[in-house]
Design a protein around this ligand. Structure first.
Ligand code: AMP
Ligand code: MG
Length: 341
């Protein structure tokens, strides 16, 4: 008990919505003491939820230990345990939730359930200094344009089918690119695209403020199998098309809300071409362009810990018996009293 009375307060956050298991430890004033990530890489095909959950269960003990070593604090120094409660894959979420409940019970500290999408935005604000941005959140599982208005993170546009990261990943797998050495498929497509020269027209599907990628994916895979085009040109055309769609919707949200910042986050945020397109529209609207560094843009435990701190400071703790996971918990269903003072 003695160290619990030390001056600083700390939150430990567990992220486990999909392919990554991660533990972050932050002080209540926003210092990141540790952010350890272990990615599950399927041998072939996409992410199998049960296989990913098995990976999470296997690595959990080790990742927790590494996080405490990195943070140089003891488990007894933790005041709050936060976990990603949704949205995500059931078996993966449950594995993280179980670890969080066990840890909170053992340490006799409160538990906080965090919405994964809110966490991406909050850590982005913390690390870039953005205050009230239009956010484009693009990852393997999500594609959302949002901004805070009237008490919630409103969704201005979103995908109607697959996420943009998933679209890039499926194409890369079809093209026979191999995911090794931890280089994500999206980064491989980016590298190929940089050597593309010819633009091949692909379906461009923006419906109102929403986006659709599945028809476009089918079309580009069909062209790939026809074998008439260079892979570099297909990657280039795929990127130009999907990123233009994302940029169009983000620009309209920016024009509508008149916010002064654009925040880009999620795994796909690492893409330089997407960064440059968004930075251009931000400039045109006199808004500041902020991109979240990779470590905090990918799924990570630090973002869960930070959002856990914000919620905890508004007494949003969760009794264990109510800490069930929420597979389809939408961003715009989250009560976020900490935003706007
Ligand atoms: P996340 O779901 O946030 O963990 O992010 C993973 C997604 O980001 C996957 O779909 C990756 O292919 C994608 N990704 C990572 N790096 C890049 C990049 N440089 N360009 C495009 N997509 C990327
Ligand atoms: Mg991931």
């Amino acid at each position: 008990m003695s160290t619990r009375h030390s001056a600083a307060s700390y939150c430990l956050g567990i992220e486990s919505t999909a392919d990554d298991f991660s533990v972050g430890i932050l002080s209540f004033d926003g210092d990141v003491l540790a952010n350890i990530i272990s990615a599950y890489i399927p041998e072939k095909g996409g992410i199998h939820p049960r296989e990913a959950a098995r990976h999470h269960a296997e690595v959990a003990g080790n990742i927790l230990e590494k996080a405490f070593q990195k943070a140089r604090i003891k488990p007894q120094d933790i005041q709050v345990v936060a976990f990603s409660q949704g949205p995500g894959m059931g078996p993966c979420l449950r594995t993280g939730a179980t670890a969080a409940r066990a840890l909170a019970a053992y340490l006799q500290v409160p538990l906080v359930g965090v919405n994964h999408c809110v966490a991406h935005i909050e850590i982005g604000k913390l690390v870039t200094g953005a205050k009230d941005p239009v956010t484009l959140y693009v990852s393997g599982g999500n594609t959302i344009v949002s901004a805070f208005e009237a008490g919630i993170y409103r969704i201005f546009g979103e995908t109607l089918d697959i996420a943009v990261g998933n679209c890039l990943d499926v194409f890369a797998r079809e093209a026979g690119l191999r995911q090794d050495e931890g280089v994500p498929f999206g980064a491989m497509v980016e590298k190929m695209a940089s050597q593309g020269q010819t633009f091949i027209s692909l379906p461009y599907t923006v419906k109102g403020m929403d986006l659709s990628f599945s028809g476009l994916l089918t079309a580009v895979i069909q062209l790939l199998h026809e074998g008439k085009h260079r892979l570099e040109d297909l990657c280039f055309s795929l990127q130009e098309t999907v990123f233009s769609m994302l940029t169009e919707v983000t620009e309209r949200a920016l024009a509508h809300t008149e916010k002064l910042e654009v925040l880009l986050t999620g795994g796909v945020a690492a893409n330089k071409r997407l960064q440059s397109m968004l930075s251009q529209i931000a400039d045109e609207h006199n808004a500041r362009f902020c991109v979240v560094p990779k470590e905090y843009a990918l799924d990570n435990g630090a973002m869960i810990a930070w959002t856990g701190i914000l919620a905890y400071q508004h007494n949003m703790t969760l009794p264990v018996e109510e800490s069930f996971v929420k597979l389809r918990w939408r961003l715009d269903e989250v009560y976020a009293p900490w935003v706007g003072g």
